[in-house]
Structure formats: C-alpha cells, structure tokens
Design a binder for this molecule. Structure first.
Ligand code: B16
Ligand code: MG
Length: 217
C-alpha cells in the first residue's frame, strides 16, 4: 500500500540539474578540460567531491586534497549564485499539483537529495511546506547508488520502504531506490533509466493515479 513518495530534488522538483551542469562546465573550461552533457549524466545524483573526480579524470592533473577542495568550493560558489535566481515559478511542470494531490490523499512526502544546497533550493521554491522529511546528505556514509539516503528519508517518515515510491532523474538514483526495496519512477530517457519500474519522459506526466497504480498491478 502506498504510504510515502520520496523525491530526488535536482532534475525532479526543479531543474537545478541544469545549473550544476553549467557550473561544472565553467570550472572544466577554466582548467582547459572538455566537458559535455554525456559526461554530465554521470554526475547526476553523485556527491560534489565524487563529481569533481569525474570532471578531472583523464586530465593528467595531479592535485592535492586541498586544491581539490578549493576547486569544488569554487564550483559551489558559482552554483550558489545561479540558484539565487530560483523562484516558485521554477517548480518543474506538474510537480506542484502532484504534491498537492498526494497530500490530499494522505500520502507522506520526503526528500532524498544528495545536495547540501537542497534546503536553500526548497526555500527559494517555497516548497518546504509539502515535505515532512528532508534527509540530510551530511549524515549518511554512502551516496547514491547506495540506498542509504532513501532509507533515511523513509525512516524519518516512519514508513516501511516497501510502501514507498522513489522518484529520480539519475541512473545512480534509480539504483539507490531499487536497492532500498522501493518502487522506482524514472524521469528521463531509457538509455539511463531503463531499469525503473515506471519511466516517464517528463515530470508533467506524473499523477497521483499513476503512482497509486504502481501498487495495484
Ligand atoms: P551539492 P540530487 C545531486 O542532487 C545532484 O544531482 C548532483 O549533481 C550534485 O553533485 C549533488 O546533488 C551534490 O550537490 O554540490 O549541491 O551538495 O539529484 O540528489 O537532488
Ligand atoms: Mg537528480
């Protein structure tokens, strides 16, 4: 029985995934490295420092931990300037009415984002009131594709993972949801998200009926 829906943030609630892409691209260009959307796919759902390792791979650069931290901080400062511009109008299509609909039907709502900037983004979107639980990525040991962050959100909501749906735009995220024993909804293309229980090409296609339907088949 559906008790809770646990959402990823970047690329599902709002398109901050695009700002992550732009900020990593700016950093890569500054370092004289190539960076394209195909490489960016591998960064989705992945922590800031792990993302940096992917940006730097094959660069031939040998950087100290301190230098890496400086680069990651620089990317994050640039990213933070970009997300200042987010307003409630930046909720992705259909998300506001979906969250209203779930709330009306008594379904709990949680957030399982790998981003340390998630609370700031929820505030900019004025979306915090919908979420009964926001899992803190700072308090988990392993990031996606490990299930930890989704399990933490379910625990905070007091629900059994078996009665949860996770919604993700990243391959690592869909794998995390499945490893948590939840039903998975992927937003994106089958190239990355083919493993999801339900695959939709846009958030606009999400509906409460579709989500409840995942439990009646
Ligand atoms: P930050 P999600 C993830 O958020 C992003 O997809 C990923 O690209 C980013 O590196 C990660 O958050 C960490 O974000 O640098 O803001 O702490 O998709 O799990 O909501
Ligand atoms: Mg995401």
């Amino acid at each position: 029985k559906l008790e809770a829906v646990i959402f990823d943030l970047d690329g599902v609630i709002t398109d901050s995934a695009e700002y992550h892409y732009l900020a990593w691209k700016a950093l890569a260009e500054e370092l004289g490295l190539s960076f394209d959307r195909a490489k960016n796919e591998r960064l989705k759902g992945v922590s800031r420092m792990e993302s940096l390792e992917i940006v730097l791979e094959d660069s031939g650069l040998h950087l100290s931990e301190k230098e890496k931290l400086e680069l990651a901080t620089k990317k994050n400062e640039n990213y933070k300037r970009m997300i200042e511009r987010i307003t409630p109008a930046d909720l992705l299509p259909g998300i506001g009415s979906l969250l209203d609909g779930l709330q009306a039907r008594g379904v709990s709502i949680g957030l399982a984002s790998a981003s340390h900037n998630a609370p700031l983004i929820l505030e900019r979107l004025e979306a915090g009131h919908w979420f009964q639980a926001v899992a803190d990525p700072g308090s988990i040991a392993k990031g996606k594709p490990d299930p930890e962050i989704f399990l933490l959100a379910a625990e905070m909501l007091g629900v059994d993972p078996m009665n949860c749906i996770g919604v993700e735009d990243a391959e690592a995220g869909v794998r995390a949801i499945q490893a948590a024993g939840m039903k998975s909804v992927g937003i994106g293309s089958s190239d990355q998200l083919g493993a999801a229980d339900l695959l939709l090409s846009s958030t606009f296609e999400l509906s409460t009926d579709l989500l409840f339907g995942l439990f009646n088949r």
